[in-house]
Design a protein around this ligand. Structure first.
Ligand SMILES: Nc1ncnc2c1ncn2[C@@H]1O[C@H](COP(=O)(O)OP(=O)(O)OP(=O)(O)O)[C@@H](O)[C@H]1O
Ligand SMILES: [Mg+2]
Length: 396
C-alpha cells in the first residue's frame, strides 16, 4: 500500500475539560472522498481545524504526504508522570528501565515540537534549494539582456518559494458561508488573498486566476467587484469553494459546505465539488451531520460520536451493514423515498448507557471485517462478527 495523502493518528484536541476530539484515527488516500459525520458538537469541525493547524493539538500526530505536520505532546507527558510515580517505589532494575523510558519520551516530545513548528520551514528550504538548482546553471549559461531577464525570474521564484507554507496544500471550505467571508472585501480580494499571502504580486496574474476560477465554479468575472452580501447562499458557498481551489490544494476539507443551503441548491454545490474532484484530482474530507448528504459523494465514511470515531467503513458497507448502534440511529433518521416504507420507518434512538455494557472493558476501535472498523468491546466484537456471518473472535 502506498502512503495515504493524510494520516491522522490518535488525534486528541481538548479544550480544558472538554475532550472535543478524543483519540481519533483515520487515513485518506489520494483522490478519495472521506465523509465525516455525526451530530452537532461531536468534534467534526475541530478535527478539520486541527488538520490545518489552527490549534496546537493536545496529542497524536497528523501526517500529510508522509510528513508529520502536527503533533501533540500530552500523551507523552502523561506517560512521563506515570513513570515518575512508579520510580519512587521501584527496584533498581525497574528504575533503570523507567529512566530509559522517560528519556525516550522526552526525545519524542522534542521531535513532536520540532515537526509541529518546523514542517513549513523545512518545506520552504527544500523549495528554495530547488529554485537555486534550477536557476544557477541557467545564469551561468546566459549573458547580457537574457541573463538580466533570468536573474529577474530567479529573484521572483526565490521570493515566492520563501513564502510557501506546507499546509497551504490543504485548504478548508468553512462551515458558515456568511461568517467566513469578510463583508468589506470584494470577491476579487477575497479569492486573491491567499495567493497574495503566498507571494504573488502581479496584478494581471492575480486577476486572471480569479476570473478563471470564478468561471470554473459557476460564477462570472463580473462578480469579481461585488461584495459578499450581494450574493445568494449558494453563490457565497461557490465563492468559498473558489477561494479554496484557487490555491491549488491537494486536499480540501469541506466543512458542511451545503448544510446551510436549500435542498435544491445542495445538489448543485455537491455536483460542483464532484466536477472539481474529477478535473483537479482533488482529495476531500467532507464533513456533514447527515448521512444522506455524504452517501453519494463519499468513498468511505467515518462516524463520530462525542469526540470518538465509532465506526469507519466504505460508504457501501456502512449503509449495507451498519454495526454501531449510533450509526444505526443516524441511518434510521434518513427519510425513505418509498412512501409505504417511509410510513413504516422507525427512528432508532441511541442511548449509550443502555446500548453498551462497558463496565469491565473500555471499547476500542476494532476491525470487524477488512476495512470495517467499529469502536466496541470484545463481547460486541464477537457479536458484530456473527452478525456479518463471520467466525467468532475466539479462534483469533
Ligand atoms: N475554540 C473552542 N474553544 C472551546 N471549545 C470549543 C472550541 N471549538 C469547539 N469547541 C467545543 O468542542 C466541541 C466540538 O465542537 P465542533 O465545533 O468540533 O463540533 P461539530 O461536530 O463541528 O458540530 P457542528 O455540527 O455543530 O458544527 C463542542 O463541545 C464545542 O463546544
Ligand atoms: Mg462544525
Amino acid at each position: 500500500m502506498s502512503e495515504p495523502l493524510l494520516r491522522v493518528e490518535h488525534l486528541c484536541q481538548y479544550f480544558g475539560p472538554n475532550k472535543a476530539v478524543d483519540d481519533v484515527s483515520f487515513e485518506i488516500n489520494k483522490g478519495e472522498v472521506f465523509g465525516l459525520v455525526g451530530e452537532s458538537g461531536c468534534g467534526k469541525t475541530t478535527t478539520g481545524r486541527s488538520i490545518i493547524k489552527l490549534y496546537n493539538i493536545t496529542s497524536g500526530s497528523i501526517y500529510f504526504k508522509g510528513k508529520r505536520i502536527a503533533a501533540g505532546t500530552k500523551s507523552y507527558k502523561d506517560r512521563i508522570s506515570e513513570a515518575r510515580k512508579e520510580i519512587a517505589g521501584a527496584s533498581p532494575e525497574r528504575r533503570r528501565e523507567l529512566e530509559t523510558e522517560i528519556a525516550r519520551l522526552r526525545e519524542e516530545i522534542r521531535k513532536a515540537r520540532r515537526d509541529h513548528e518546523q514542517c513549513d520551514k523545512l518545506y520552504k528550504n527544500e523549495l528554495v534549494r530547488e529554485v537555486r538548482e534550477k536557476f544557477e546553471p541557467l545564469l551561468g549559461k546566459t549573458t547580457g539582456e537574457k541573463r538580466k531577464q533570468t536573474a529577474k525570474e530567479y529573484r521572483k521564484a526565490l521570493r515566492i518559494a520563501k513564502k510557501q507554507r506546507y499546509v497551504t496544500k490543504i485548504q478548508m471550505i468553512f462551515q458558515d458561508p456568511i461568517a467566513s467571508l469578510d463583508p468589506r472585501m470584494t470577491v476579487m480580494d477575497t479569492i486573491a488573498e491567499g495567493l497574495v499571502i503566498r507571494g504573488e504580486k502581479d496584478k494581471a496574474v492575480l486577476e486572471q486566476k480569479v476570473y478563471d476560477i470564478l468561471e470554473r465554479v459557476g460564477l462570472v468575472r463580473e462578480h469579481a467587484n461585488r461584495y459578499p452580501h450581494e450574493f445568494s447562499g449558494g453563490q457565497r458557498q461557490r465563492i468559498g469553494v473558489a477561494r479554496a481551489v484557487v490555491m491549488e490544494p491537494e486536499l480540501i476539507i469541506a466543512d458542511e459546505p451545503v448544510s446551510a443551503l436549500d435542498v435544491s441548491i445542495q445538489a448543485q454545490v455537491i455536483n460542483l465539488l464532484n466536477e472539481l474532484r474529477r478535473d483537479f484530482g482533488l482529495t476531500f474530507l467532507f464533513i456533514a451531520h447527515d448521512l444522506s448528504v455524504v452517501k453519494y459523494f463519499s468513498d468511505r465514511i467515518g462516524v463520530m460520536y462525542y469526540g470518538h470515531m465509532v465506526e469507519l467503513a466504505t460508504s457501501d458497507e456502512l449503509f449495507a451493514h451498519p454495526l454501531h448502534p449510533y450509526t444505526q440511529s443516524l441511518l434510521s433518521a434518513i427519510p425513505l423515498p418509498d412512501p409505504l416504507m417511509e410510513k413504516k420507518r422507525k427512528r432508532l434512538k441511541y442511548d449509550p448507557l443502555s446500548a453498551h455494557n462497558y463496565g469491565n472493558e473500555m471499547p476500542e476501535m476494532r476491525e470487524v471485517c477488512p476495512g470495517h472498523f467499529v469502536r466496541c468491546s470484545m463481547e460486541e466484537f464477537g457479536r458484530y462478527r456473527q452478525q456479518l456471518g463471520l467466525g467468532t473472535s475466539d479462534e483469533e
